[in-house]
Write a protein that binds this ligand. Sequence first.
Ligand SMILES: NC(=O)c1ccc[n+]([C@@H]2O[C@H](COP(=O)([O-])OP(=O)(O)OC[C@H]3O[C@@H](n4cnc5c(N)ncnc54)[C@H](O)[C@@H]3O)[C@@H](O)[C@H]2O)c1
Length: 258
Amino acid sequence: MTSRLREQVAIVTGGADGIGQSIVKLFCDQGAKVCIADINEDLGNEFANQLTSQGYKALFVKTDVSDLDSVNNMVNETNKKFGAPTILINNAGIIYQSKDPLAVTKDQWDKSISVNVEGMWNCAKAVLPYMKAARSGSIVNLGSVHSFNIVPEHFPYAVTKHAIIGLTKNLAVEFGEFNIRVNTLCPGMTETPAAFKWFAESGDAEATRKAMGDIHPLKRNASCEEIAYPALFLASNESSFMTGQSLIIDGGRSIVYQ
Ligand SMILES: NC(=O)c1ccc[n+]([C@@H]2O[C@H](COP(=O)([O-])OP(=O)(O)OC[C@H]3O[C@@H](n4cnc5c(N)ncnc54)[C@H](O)[C@@H]3O)[C@@H](O)[C@H]2O)c1
């Protein structure tokens, strides 16, 4: 075990699966005490038990990021067990997208905004008082390549991912004087369970997986670990003069004019 996050208390939302799960593993391995804040109780408990049995400091708290009471409870539990949170990885997100924006129901719109945007604000709102008191903190919000460009047929997912850039910049300006940094991490296509489900919906999962990989200059999709390491950089003091920025980890996808 190395210790790039020694003495740090990290909260990773959506930490039971996918990118979040890799971030939790890496942060534990780097010496952090980590709260896995996820809506999936079975996966979250199983993962936390596995980590604690290996000697890591991990805690699972069932959390719905779109519910402020649930978020406040999770942050209180983290504080009780590990101390004040110093790192927040706002990773939980849902991918709802429609070919036809006019077909999106109010429920689908509301759910997308409440999990992907309000959920990140709820978590930031709950940890910021602790970070302000400590005059130290790092918040990383998960954006996407959809934070900058519109890929057709991804409404309203792209709306929510654009909004996260605004949330990041606004909080970075308001809380910089307290030595609290806020950045956005923007992955390209990453091979998570959610991505595999989406590949499978095409009817030929392997062909879709390969086709997606081919739109990246590196000719493949990212692994979850390849997103976890940049999250570690943003969370740690290695990025101590970086705030309000977006770190794009997309195998070069966003530089290609199509
Ligand atoms: N996979 C990709 O290709 C990709 C690319 C760019 C950005 N992202 C972003 O990265 C983040 C993680 O994506 P992923 O692919 O790992 O997703 P995933 O679906 O594999 O995992 C998401 C996790 O979030 C949890 N979750 C969902 N709703 C929640 C809620 N309301 N409260 C708490 N937890 C909740 C789920 O239970 C799950 O464990 C998302 O914000 C996503 O938009 C993913």
